[in-house]
Write a protein that binds this ligand. Sequence first.
Ligand SMILES: [Zn+2]
Ligand SMILES: [Zn+2]
Ligand SMILES: [Zn+2]
Length: 351
Amino acid sequence: MELRKDPITRSWVLAGNNDEAGGPESQCPYCLDESPLTPKIVAPLAPILAIPTSGPSNGVPGAIRVYPHPSPLYTVEGGADRQAEGIYDRMRNLGAHEVIIESPDHYHELSFAPEAEIAALLRCWALRIADLKNDIRLRYVTVFKNRGDLSGQQLRHAHSELAASAFIPRRVLYELRSCKDYYQLKERCVFCDILRQEERQGLRVVDLSPRYLALCPFASRVPFEVWILPRPHHASFEEDLLQRPDDFELASLLRRVLARLEHVAPSYHLVLHTSPNTRARPETSGFWTTLADDYHWHIEIMPITEKRSRSYSIKETYYCPLPPEEAAARLRDLPTSFAGRAQAKLDFPAR
Ligand SMILES: [Zn+2]
Ligand SMILES: [Zn+2]
Ligand SMILES: [Zn+2]
């Protein structure tokens, strides 16, 4: 596996094979037996981090556990080994790829979980991101979650993933550049301006709490796309979250949003966009001088409502048949308790 840079778009592409993870469902290595924190099958699995949760999850004492990914996209040993090949650039897939097991319960659903458990998971995301940002070789660290068969969910056990890389992924780089340009022009954060307008208009607001807002973005790429943003400005998810350890507000809003979404789309991609690693050089130190003021962390959720996307030639341009104003209105009306749980579970094969 290696990284190749497209000289036209300047985006890095992962090239090469990585083995498909997983095996028969009966051998899930992340399900716990009666001795807590001991994986059933794979002996060498020792968690990088384990965070006990306050209550039992479906009768099993709760713990969130972090492991190296069994078929990682990035590996942490050595350097990036950046090389030129004529006009082209390539480098090793330096970074980290971790599995964050959300519960001992194989079928755990965030949309149905107690808020304390979701808050502990969010804290786990923040702790891992903050820890990996101590590695100055890594320029970007984030967390994502693919839920459901249509999302390409790889491991069956309820989990999210962490990816750390020696480059900033393309979409985040676009965001950072436009946030910087907007700030230079107006001395304001573009996300704060979006928040203020959306709060005023209320047209695309899905859910709201004193500190957070969930909305369908103005130029939604897919039906029911939702972003969750903190209403007070903050560039870094992990710094923002770790400052307020007893804050369940984000957990509560995220749970409600996912519960609503699962009525319309049981499969989704979720990704956290947070500030890049400012300790890494040279791209992120000095160059992003206004980063703390111009960037604003957020979570993006892209539900998958259709088996075949009508976007032309692999998402060159998105086509979204449902206006975000209508999507937001429908999502607002959907229940946040989980009456539709049975239907959503059909997406997963029985163990
Ligand atoms: Zn399992
Ligand atoms: Zn802002
Ligand atoms: Zn984003």
